[in-house]
Design a protein around this ligand. Structure first.
Ligand code: CP
Ligand code: NVA
Length: 300
């Protein structure tokens, strides 16, 4: 059994194995309808979710297994009455795998150290590996994995950006970021250096000739609502617009992990326009979850 806590910890081979498995399962999903027979996945949520929650549960159902939806607010750990170490040891006696959406990545690491079943990170403050594996599947399906130039705009000190940076570096994708040049929005120096990502102040410098333009919410789940006006002002210049898409390659695509706020990080005409693949991305979350669960359990 294997945990999936971050893209940073994966080898290129692991990434390719998971994507290839997802392609196989997506093509003939009925062939895998008993793969998770009598298997249970526990899903622990501290933060909200639409896609992760529903795609994981549907993935388990379609493979003949079962998913349990559990909120930390209802857990003795969530109310400070039990250690995460004990949670890991207890749930390992019931279920075959655990997917977590817990803010503090260190807690997920602790859980994994005390779990006898695979732990899958369904988003933490550090990374969102399941999202980016699904996105690589989408990019592959659009025929774009070779000599790819990917531009990321907006809040770059962010779980999705970090997973993208590690994935691009491992897959030989040239990634450029444009974001405000302040600590709040810049990725850490350490990850920039390690992944050799190019970082620009001017959005045009990142997007020119890009094959893929990617953005994420300016108001990630863990950012307090009172920050909205200030952050919107700071990030406004990095909104993905039709003009910016106009300097990308002719057949470029627009990606967003969702949830999106139209006219904030992206204009309506871009996200609802012909270059947008956001709903293909959302669908692929389910296909990649099947592959992730299967890979973690060492079933194929
Ligand atoms: N992209 C993503 O993870 O969506 P949810 O927050 O709805 O799960
Ligand atoms: N960066 C976003 C991703 C949402 C899927 C967040 O953390 O809320």
């Amino acid at each position: 059994m294997r945990h999936l806590l971050s893209i940073e910890e994966l080898e290129k081979k692991d990434i390719l194995d998971i994507i290839n498995l997802a392609i196989k399962i997506k093509k003939k999903s009925k062939h895998y309808s008993k793969l998770m027979y009598e298997k249970s996945l526990l899903m622990i949520f501290e933060l909200p979710s639409l896609r992760t929650r529903i795609s994981f549960e549907t993935a388990m159902t379609q493979m003949g297994g079962h998913a349990i939806n559990y909120y930390t607010i209802h857990s003795p750990w969530g109310v400070g009455k039990e250690s995460i170490e004990d949670v890991g040891n207890v749930v390992s006696r019931y279920v075959n795998a655990v997917m977590t959406r817990i803010k503090d990545h260190n807690e997920i690491v602790k859980l994994a150290q005390n779990s006898q079943v695979p732990i899958i990170n369904g988003l933490s403050n550090k990374e969102h590996p399941c999202q980016i594996l699904g996105d690589l599947l989408t990019i592959y399906e659009k025929g774009k994995l070779k000599n790819l130039k990917l531009a990321y705009l907006g809040d770059a000190n962010n779980n999705v950006t970090y997973s993208l940076m590690h994935a691009c570096s491992k897959m030989g994708i040239q990634m450029s970021i444009a974001c405000p040049q302040t600590e709040e929005f810049l990725p850490s120096e350490d990850v920039i250096r390690k992944t050799k990502t190019k970082v620009f102040k001017n959005p045009g410098d990142a997007t020119r000739n890009a094959d893929v333009v990617y953005t994420d919410s300016w108001m990630s789940y863990s950012i307090p609502k009172k920050e909205k006006i200030r952050r919107t002002k700071a990030l406004k210049r990095y909104q993905v617009t039709k003009d910016l898409m106009g300097i990308t390659k002719k057949d470029s695509i627009f990606m967003h992990c969702l949830p999106a706020l139209r006219e904030h990080e992206v204009t309506k005409d871009v996200i609802d326009g012909s270059k947008s693949v956001v709903f293909d991305q959302a669908e692929n979350r389910m296909h990649i979850q099947k592959a992730i669960i299967t890979w973690c359990l060492g079933k194929l």
